[in-house]
Design a binder for this molecule. Structure first.
Ligand code: MOS
Length: 741
């Protein structure tokens, strides 16, 4: 188990560029769809072109006759799959529970109905296009109008209805967020290989251990028959957290052809078959005294879910602990639609949830004629009022005050359209963000090797945010071995069990496991140092020695006076000194019984508005984040900047549109699904408060990725209101909305 921090080498907290960067910019990092295996075949799925009904016939004679077509899979010949017993972050988790081709029923547009396997991608594509599906259509529903029949109570205290009725100032508004689609540049892909004894899957996966667990359960195999590898990811945004049906299609294809099979989804399928953020409708009722003390807060949310699954977008996760109020109720529910299953997308729950809550706080501030920062300051809780638990480390007030100062908020004049610069109208808005501190189980090994290098291994993944680098930094911190002599192994179920790259939890999950492992390796090394012959440690005790700067030395002496660690191994005739570590975590983390653990932050956004042409730009964003100790400020800042850019997209551009006639997502390409680009990027200023949360782990790091996308859309729509007088409660802000200004 971990002991007191022995952090002396300053690799932690250093703005370190990513150690995998050179591989990536040189094109030498092998992404999943780069994998090429001898004798490999190519698979292309056939998707339904209707959103509800029954498959009556499949005509594939023409496809079958094409030269190079090896196999056509359909319900009649795919073989047996099993449903997961239940979702568990430890043993298997899927958001689309139905194995492919389980029945003849089609429940959403694009659902797989057949698979072609051929010797080239082109042949497989042509054959897939030649398959004719006969069907009996039934009415579908993809409408975005959400009315839930039942809402479950998620959190409750006091009497929110009575307090609302009796309060002098209140707002009651409804906010809508659209379907958003993850658009990582790297398409989802599986390369499946059955070698006659076991399966290897190269996957675009944010969670190889979970993917392995899902595959073995759904294929009915023992764990040692399934290996999953995901070395590099071209991002995922949550869309690659859980296994999707194409992985099972590839599994069936390699099983039957006894050849490796590559299946890469098209961008269109990315909009149909691998999840999305569901549309949400949220009613916020807030009431306050004249001096801005919240007396009642109600948050009722609904999201759409697929017919066969029940994905909940937990929009009320942050609400119960965000502000102080004696009376509160949060409820949630789902409505069923003919859509592929929604799934986690960057900051699931909190991101749409805080758009609504923070917009409502802004509207309440206006109703109170109070500065929106001041309103938040007046409602700062001293404990988590939903549970009565103390906060492990909460510096939200400092996020607000520091951000306000950096932004120049005190120059804001509150009247709509009252601020001008260079002939443009300015709008200034603020939005708060929050994300839970999460950590999951992790194992790790560390080897200090006789060639003067070290290796650290953990079966977690690097989604592109810097996990390779963080693991190397951790080992360097404990040993002083420079980063270029540290090898990091990730993304393989053959390595020690690693956590999901999700929930912004990977770093906090691996810290205790890697620290234990490296301490174990050092202990082995020092025990040998006092015994090996020809070294200057004769007569010393292992406890009197230390490893730093890559040297073993007496604790009271300088590292350079000691011996390079590899010479100890040489003298002891050892290839390596090794250690292993293990840490527990999960959604039921016992730490959460005694502490409320969250990260916090505040965004300040400036928009410029040109009324004559209805041209709106997000020109400037100041963000202050309280996420505990920041292990790598450079990679950390990159994540928040990326989130802010994505927030510009969320506020102004992103939405997946379903065609009510066919039930298809129609803007299913990167040309038609508009995301923020470089030209939309505001001037950004990111500050981390950097207070270690040592309740959470020895270094005090909580995790950074997702929080940056929460609250930003509300800061932008607040700024839009300030500039134009138009309050947009349904994202994204459309030019039609602004023409009303
Ligand atoms: Mo994140 S939505 O947990 O990948």
């Amino acid at each position: 188990m971990s002991t007191a921090p022995d952090i002396t080498q300053s690799f932690i907290g250093r703005p370190q560029s990513r150690i995998d960067g050179p591989l990536k910019v040189c094109g030498r990092a092998t992404y999943t769809s780069d994998v090429d295996l001898p004798g490999m075949l190519y698979a292309v799925p056939v998707g339904a072109t209707f959103a509800s009904g029954k498959i009556m016939s499949l005509e594939f004679a023409a496809a079958q006759a094409m030269p190079g077509v090896k196999l056509i899979l359909h319900r009649g010949n795919i073989g047996r799959f099993y449903r997961l017993a239940g979702n568990s972050i430890d043993t298997g988790f899927v958001d689309e529970n139905r194995p492919p081709f389980e029945d003849d029923i089609v429940r959403y547009y694009g659902q797989y109905v057949a698979l072609v396997v051929a010797d080239t991608f082109e042949t497989a594509s042509a054959a897939a296009a030649a398959i004719k599906v006969g069907y009996d259509k039934t009415p579908h529903d993809v409408s975005a109008t959400l009315e839930a029949r039942e809402l479950d109570v998620h959190s409750e205290r006091g009497d929110p209805d009575r307090a609302f009725d009796g309060a002098p100032v209140k707002i009651d508004e409804t906010y809508v967020t659209p379907v958003e689609t993850h658009n990582p540049i790297e398409l989802h892909a599986t390369i499946a290989h059955w070698n006659g004894e076991s399966y290897t899957f190269y996957e675009t996966s944010q969670a190889v251990a979970n993917h392995q667990g899902s595959l073995m359960q759904m294929m009915g195999l023992p764990k040692d028959k399934v290996r999953v590898i995901s070395r590099y990811l071209g991002s995922g945004f949550g869309g690659k957290l859980w296994m999707w049906p194409h992985s099972l299609l590839a599994a069936a294809a390699t099983r039957q052809t006894e050849r490796p099979v590559k299946l890469v989804l098209s961008r269109k399928m990315m909009f149909q078959n691998v999840g999305h953020r569901p549309t949400t409708k949220q009613r916020l009722r807030l009431a306050a005294t004249q001096d801005g003390k919240l007396v009642s807060l109600q948050h009722d949310f609904v999201n759409h879910a697929a017919l066969g699954d029940d994905y909940m977008e937990d929009c009320g996760e942050a609400t119960p602990s965000m502000y102080s109020t004696p009376n509160l109720r949060v409820t949630g529910g789902t409505v069923k639609r003919n859509v592929g299953s929604p799934t986690s997308m960057r900051g699931p729950g909190a991101v749409p949830g805080l758009f609504a809550l923070e917009s409502a706080m802004d509207e309440l501030a206006i109703a109170l004629k109070m500065d929106p920062v001041e309103l938040r300051l007046r409602n700062e809780p001293s404990v988590d009022e939903s549970s009565g638990l103390p906060f492990s480390s909460r510096h939200f007030v400092e996020c607000l005050t520091t951000g306000a100062e950096k932004f120049g908020w005190n120059k804001r004049t509150p009247e709509v359209g009252s601020m001008k610069r260079d002939g443009l109208t300015l709008g200034w808005g603020v939005g708060a963000c929050s994300w839970p501190g999460l950590r999951f189980s992790a194992d790790a090994t560390v080897d200090l090797r006789a060639d003067g290098t070290a290796r650290v291994a953990c079966g977690t993944q690097d989604i592109g945010t810097g996990t390779y680098t963080i693991l190397a930094q951790l080992v360097a911190e404990h040993t002083g071995i420079p980063l270029d002599r540290i090898e990091v192994g990730l993304g393989d179920t053959a390595l020690p069990l690693g956590p999901v790259s999700g929930g912004s939890a990977a770093t906090a999950s691996v810290i205790p496991a890697v620290s234990d492992a490296v301490r174990g390796a050092i202990k082995t090394l020092l025990a040998r140092a006092v015994k090996a012959e020809g070294l200057p440690f004769a007569g010393a005790k292992a406890e009197e020695l230390s490893l730093s700067g890559g040297h073993v030395h007496r604790k009271n002496e300088r590292p350079e006076s000691g011996v390079p660690f590899e010479r100890i191994l040489e003298a002891a005739k050892l290839h390596a000194a090794s250690g292993s570590g293990s840490a527990k975590g999960g959604f039921d983390d016992p730490l959460k019984k005694t502490w409320s653990i969250h990260s916090y932050g505040a965004h300040f956004a400036e928009v410029t508005w040109e009324p004559a042409t209805a041209r709106l730009r997000v020109s400037r964003v100041v963000t202050v984040i309280d996420a505990g100790k920041i292990l790598n400020p450079r990679a950390g800042r990159n994540q928040i900047e990326g989130a802010v850019v994505m927030g510009v997209g969320m506020a102004l551009f992103e939405h997946t549109v379903y065609d009510e006639r066919s039930g298809a997502p129609v803007n299913s390409s990167l040309a038609d699904y508009v995301v923020a680009t470089n030209a939309d990027t505001p001037k950004m200023d990111v500050t981390f408060l950097d207070y270690p949360d040592t309740v959470f782990n020895e270094l005090g790091a909580r995790g950074i990725a997702e929080i940056g996308l929460a609250g930003i859309a509300a800061a932008i729509t607040g700024a839009v209101y300030h500039a134009t007088g138009v309050r947009v409660r349904k994202l994204p802000v459309m030019i039609e909305d602004l023409l009303k200004a």
